[in-house]
Design a protein around this ligand. Structure first.
Ligand SMILES: *[C@@H]1O[C@H](CO)[C@@H](O)[C@H](O)[C@H]1NC(C)=O
Ligand SMILES: *[C@@H]1O[C@H](CO)[C@@H](O)[C@H](O)[C@H]1NC(C)=O
Ligand SMILES: *[C@@H]1O[C@H](CO)[C@@H](O)[C@H](O)[C@H]1NC(C)=O
Length: 518
């Protein structure tokens, strides 16, 4: 509404003068749509009309929620159909309801630039908006978390850094304990120079994460802002939280949170203090040593985040990278004795990792050009994000060694062919067989229609249907056909399909559709 208003400036009425004076007073009325971070998923929705309907429905749902309850946080979901949309919006709590609505409207129009992307996010100073094709409301810290520093250095560098550092520590400690996970506070810069400067800060977590999740996320945010000091401004963005400080006031004074009561240490440490007070020398020293030890253990910074990656499930989480050396020793140097089978894509070995976990290691027999390797990493990333109980979990990969290796969860009962044709023929009862048929169909339906990229298996057969401890089926080898160069996929039955199982239209003409798997 305000934006429309600003468009028609000329008729200066009493109301508009009132409006302007509010605006000029500064921070009090502004949706703060300074863009900090944005991103679109690299995957598009499949059924566009359905997707846009879902997207519009969830956005208007969010809008209603923000309006009706004048809250600053909302989530929604439209999970019907093939292209579900899960959005989340959050305004900084110091924004008025009108500014929050304006920030949300700006975010919606900005995020629509991602057109049909099945996930996207926009982060402003005043609010953020994100949607994905699956729920993400419990995400805390993700790769791509980053600190954004200002361009100016504070004039009283040392004093400013001290005051801002203290402010950030306080926010980091107090915010997770505050209902609603939001705090805004300020701190005086104590310096010998003239004038009294102040540093302002806010911290906020998504309301759908846990207290410890909020804590974890703010720890990372805090670490990310360390390199900004003594710049006069810094912002840390992450999936589940936001942390910002500035030498200029950016929230109304009456929105300041009194965080003092949340900074008091609990009764536990008061008890400790009494003990220290009473007990003499030796014990005091012992406690000190334990304390110092704990301090270093607890305050160790979280592992440095990978930079360059962007935030969000949108950008798929990377698979775990295993060391070639470890896999070699886990499989006893890929010994015959550990061999579980030979598949179209390469041999599979049973491996026992250092931590005792048993895995299946697949040695890929595909060409190792640089392009193939780059492709490999992307496809593996995609496959490792497929989670369904009737699909084998890809745990990670190894592309650094002399071979390309894939690491899967291990299935105790091996594959279905052993129970149909092999030594254990006839040992499954009708109930088990029925469960296997239904489970396999569910796994395929997920690959074809529910995962955000349609994956066609191309080689469904009994030896690719593995059985877990309770004889539930899990489809193996899905997604691997995507690793082959386009021209190889349908010509070579060795790679992308087994003669006798492959659909004739695919084997002969290379026509590929979901029907190939059915
Ligand atoms: C969704 O909303 C946009 C913008 O308001 C509109 O252009 C589009 O036609 C809508 N699409 C559907 C399917 O409702
Ligand atoms: C994206 O949306 C914003 C806001 O609607 C608009 O100003 C901008 O031109 C659009 N395009 C790009 C490429 O950002
Ligand atoms: C804070 O101050 C603004 C004016 O600056 C006023 O409109 C608003 O109602 C106040 N909010 C609270 C919670 O007192």
């Amino acid at each position: 509404m305000k934006q429309e208003y600003l468009g028609m400036v000329l008729p200066i009425t009493i109301t508009s003068i009132w409006w302007w004076s509010c605006l000029i007073r500064g921070v009090d009325a502004s949706p703060q749509i300074n863009l900090l971070n944005k991103g679109c998923s690299q995957y598009n929705a499949t059924n566009l009309p359905e997707f846009y309907t879902n997207l519009n429905a969830t956005f208007s749902d969010l809008k209603t929620q923000l309006n009706k309850n004048s809250t600053h946080f909302a989530t929604a979901q439209q999970a019907r159909g093939s292209d579900p949309v899960y959005p989340m919006v959050q305004c900084r709590n110091y924004l008025s309801a009108a500014d929050c609505a304006a920030c949300f409207a700006a975010a919606v129009s900005q995020i629509r630039n991602c057109s049909a992307a099945n996930g996207a996010r926009v982060i402003y100073d005043g609010c953020f908006l994100r949607y994905e094709s699956a729920g993400f409301f419990d995400q805390t810290t993700l790769p791509g978390n980053v600190g954004l520093c200002g361009n100016n250095t504070a004039s009283q560098a040392t004093a400013f850094s001290a005051a801002a550092g203290k402010l950030l520590v306080d926010l980091q400690l107090a915010t997770p304990k505050i209902n609603g996970f939001f705090a805004a506070t300020k701190n005086e810069v104590v310096s010998s120079g003239s004038g009294n400067e102040t540093v302002y800060g806010v911290a906020q977590c998504a309301e759908t994460i846990s207290k410890t999740g909020c804590q974890d996320c703010l720890n990372v945010a805090y670490a990310n802002l360390q390199s900004c000091l003594p710049d006069t401004d810094g912002r840390a963005v992450d999936a589940g939280c936001f942390l910002r400080y500035s030498s200029t006031s950016f929230f109304p004074d009456n929105q300041t949170t009194n965080i003092a009561s949340f900074l008091k240490t609990g009764g536990n440490s008061r008890k400790k203090a009494i003990i220290i007070g009473v007990v003499v020398g030796g014990v005091r020293l012992l406690i000190l040593i334990v304390g110092v030890f704990l301090y270093f253990k607890l305050s160790r910074k979280p592992e440095a985040a990978r930079r360059g990656d962007i935030l969000g499930a949108t950008e798929l989480q990377g698979p775990m990278n295993y060391k070639y050396k470890d896999l070699k020793s886990a499989t006893k140097n890929f010994s015959e004795e550990n061999k579980l089978g030979e598949g179209g894509f390469g041999d599979v070995y049973k491996g026992t990792l250092n931590n005792g976990k048993i895995v299946a290691v697949k040695k890929l027999a595909i060409l190792q050009s640089d392009r193939a390797k780059a492709n490999f990493v992307n496809e593996v990333k995609l496959i490792s994000n497929v989670h369904h109980r009737n699909l084998i979990r890809l745990l990670g990969c190894c592309s650094k060694g002399p071979e390309l290796l894939l690491i899967y969860e291990y299935m105790a009962n091996n594959s279905l062919d052993r129970f149909i044709f092999g030594p254990k023929r006839g040992s499954l009862n009708w109930k088990q067989l029925n469960d296997i048929i239904l489970g396999t169909a569910r796994g395929l339906a997920y690959l074809h229609e529910e995962f955000h990229v349609c994956i066609i298996h191309r080689d469904i057969k009994t030896s690719n249907i593995l059985l877990d401890d309770s004889f539930q089926p899990k489809i193996a080898d899905f997604g691997l056909a995507r690793l082959l160069p386009d021209d190889q996929t349908h010509l070579s039955t060795r790679f992308a399909g087994t003669l006798g199982y492959t659909a004739p239209e695919y084997a002969i003409h290379g026509q590929l559709s979901e029907k190939v798997d059915t």
